[in-house]
Design a protein around this ligand. Structure first.
Ligand code: F6R
Ligand code: ZN
Length: 189
């Protein structure tokens, strides 16, 4: 294994060289939005769209890896575009998100259900503690682009968030960003 310099374009999220990429379309994300009828209406009206793209740089056998996430701006009804959100499988693995362009919110939820958020804007590097679920939300008019870095063995647990949602949703209210209780959050936690 050898040191490497990897170029990251803060305006496009391009990573060069990179070792993998995937794209999530809106149509794959229906269950994460609180208003299914608004979701269906938007897709019928405007068609499917790229919600976000993830590009990674990984050295096999290394402890850490890093990459970018590039999120389109937009809303489903009043709810801003967001990532699926996840816990790491390993409860002792945190992460950082360092915003390059755009503006948004990093919404985090502890295993006990405590909520915190950190503003995402260029220059802010967010610390995600181990065992806090994390979801990024694009609250701006431009793409939200951030660099993330975590352990390769962190793993992703999507089930909890996809099944139950997070406790809060982030919506637009009179032109401002508002945090509301998630009407879909399953009872009993
Ligand atoms: C990795 C990490 C990010 C996200 C990416 C997409 O641990 O947190 O690379 O995976 O921003 O979000 P999700 O994975 O929630 O769809
Ligand atoms: Zn993560």
């Amino acid at each position: 294994m050898f040191p490497a310099g990897v170029t990251i374009d803060p305006k496009t999220g391009a990573v060069s060289p990179n070792t993998g990429t995937y794209t999530k379309h809106l149509s794959e994300l229906r269950s994460i939005y609180h208003d299914g009828a608004e979701f269906d209406a938007r897709l019928a009206r405007q068609g499917d769209a790229v919600a976000y793209t993830v590009i990674e740089y990984r050295e096999p056998g290394a402890d850490i890896f890093f990459g970018t996430t590039t999120m389109s701006p937009g809303r489903i009804g009043d709810e801003y575009f967001m990532t699926r959100g996840h816990f790491h499988e390993r409860p002792d693995r945190g992460e950082i998100y360092y915003t390059q362009s755009g503006e948004g919110v990093l919404l985090m939820q502890s295993r006990q259900g405590e909520m915190r958020s950190v503003e995402m804007k260029p220059g802010v590097c967010a610390f995600i503690p181990p065992d806090w679920a994390h979801r990024s939300i694009n609250t701006g008019e431009q793409p939200l682009i951030f660099v993330w870095c975590c352990n390769q063995d962190a793993g992703h647990d999507y089930d909890v968030i996809v099944t139950r949602g997070m406790r809060q949703i982030v919506v637009e209210r009179s032109g401002a960003v508002a945090y509301l209780p998630n009407p879909k959050f399953a009872a009993g936690n």
